[in-house]
Design a protein around this ligand. Structure first.
Ligand code: SAJ
Length: 414
């Protein structure tokens, strides 16, 4: 297993590809986005992730990592493509299907195919079916293989579980869960991951591995929903939620998470719906947690509008657009949605400080002024803290005196 084809060069595929190249594998990356491919071949990246630029540069310089729009024959195929949802929170497997169908012509007996994308239960079985449809000559686990000859193809799910901001560390140090479509696939995939993972590599079957990953993010979502609901209860009762949580967490078996402006990113706000879609009548708590977290941005907006209404032509400064601290990642960001909604109010003069970006997203063009944090605060009547970036934690508290404050992260009002 020396040649690896990584399909999808995003937040998971790109770090994985460069890590594998650094471990001595010959890695070919494939992406549908020509800009990503071109950047990689020049040793550059288009996303922000600590140390990734250095690792990609050195992997490309070593000759062990390259990319193109085309697939190539390989010993191992890793699918790291997005799994979003459609209207009604129905999982969208189009990218997994397309990746499976695209690698099929290049798959040979003995190859290992790994699905890393977070997926609804049953998706790894579908990968097998999609490949079989293209290649009836191959022996694929879980399929009717009739007259197919040669060594089998090995297929496993190994869900990614790295935290954006710590991807390169967690790719190596986290335990991994590997679920093969049969025992032979599990063993082959376990051997492969053991060659570069320091954490424990735990074997199971494909369906369990799929649900393990979804459960991890649903667990976190439910716990954040608890904190967010508590923040709304505290607001109703006139109690400081941050103090409440700090004191409750002094109990040895209580560990309440932190409320925020809502849950963002492309994982925690998405994956629980994959459980709901498989078990719509049973997944009641998981669904409600999603609804609680999705309702939080509106609660924040209500409180901004209430504070802004005390001023004529109020200047509102929003601190942060990213979906979480110390990143430029704006995907599914509640902070961004809140700023977009405020930008539609013609009575408000809106300033935004976001140290991780240099230009505003298109939805805010011409509606919002991007400025430095000190300047934004100085000019503001209302300061809305949306992201707990380090730069915002360091703000001189004297500069906030006399300002109306909506603090969604408990930095200024703890
Ligand atoms: N958040 C809160 N309060 C908290 C913790 C988080 O409001 O106490 C918010 C964040 O601000 C953010 C969102 O939740 O908007 C998600 O952030 P996160 O840091 O909890 O997680 P992600 O989405 O960056 O990464 C998660 C991780 N999953 C778990 O921790 C169980 C990561 O390990 C997964 O690999 C990743 O999802 C993924 O790709 O699925």
């Amino acid at each position: 297993m020396q040649n690896i084809c990584v399909v999808g060069l995003g937040y998971i595929g790109l770090p994985s590809a460069s890590l594998l190249a650094s471990k001595g594998y010959q890695v070919h990356g494939v992406d549908v986005n020509a800009a990503v491919v071109e950047a990689l071949n020049n040793g550059n990246i288009l996303i922000h992730e600590p140390s990734l630029d250095v690792m990609v540069k050195s992997a490309v310089a070593s000759g062990r990592l390259n990319a193109s729009l085309e697939f190539v024959p390989s010993d191992v195929f890793i699918l790291a493509v997005p799994t979003p949802f459609n209207a009604g929170h129905v999982p969208n497997l189009d990218y997994v299907r397309s990746a499976s169908k695209s690698i099929a012509p290049f798959v040979q007996p003995g190859n290992l195919i790994i699905l890393e994308s977070t997926s609804p239960v049953g998706t790894t079985e579908k990968v097998c079916r999609w490949i079989k449809e293209e290649r009836p000559d191959l022996r694929i686990p879980g399929e009717d293989n009739g007259d197919a000859r040669g060594e089998q193809v090995y297929v496993a799910h190994c869900p990614e579980r790295v935290l954006p901001g710590r991807i390169l560390i967690e790719l190596v140090s986290n335990d991994r869960v590997i679920g093969g479509m049969d025992d032979a696939s599990t063993q082959k995939a376990v051997a492969f991951y053991k060659s570069f993972v320091h954490g424990e590599v735990c074997a199971t079957n494909a369906r369990t591995a799929e649900l393990v990953k979804l459960s991890e993010n649903a667990f976190r979502d439910v716990n954040i929903a608890f904190a967010n609901e508590l923040s709304m209860i505290c607001a109703e009762l006139g109690i400081n939620v941050w103090e409440t949580i700090t004191l409750a967490n002094r109990h040895p078996r209580v560990n309440i998470l932190q409320p925020g402006p809502g849950v963002g990113g492309h994982c925690i706000a998405v994956d629980p719906w994959f459980i709901v879609s498989s078990s719509p009548d049973t997944a009641r708590l998981i669904r409600t947690a999603r609804e609680v977290n999705d309702s939080k941005p509106q609660t924040v907006l209500d409180s901004v509008f209430a504070k802004a209404s005390r001023f004529t032509r109020p200047v509102v400064a929003c601190l942060g657009l990213a979906f979480k601290a110390n990143t430029d990642d704006l995907r599914e960001s509640p902070a961004l949605h809140i700023v977009e909604a405020l930008a539609d109010d013609k009575d408000i003069q809106l300033l935004v400080a976001e140290p991780y970006i240099h230009k505003l997203p298109e939805t805010l063009h011409g509606k919002v002024e991007l400025c430095a944090v000190d300047q934004a605060i100085e000019r503001a009547d209302v300061v809305v803290l949306l992201v707990d970036h380090n730069e915002f934690k360091e703000v001189d508290r004297n500069k906030l005196l006399g300002k109306a404050i909506v603090d969604t992260r408990g930095i200024y009002t703890k």
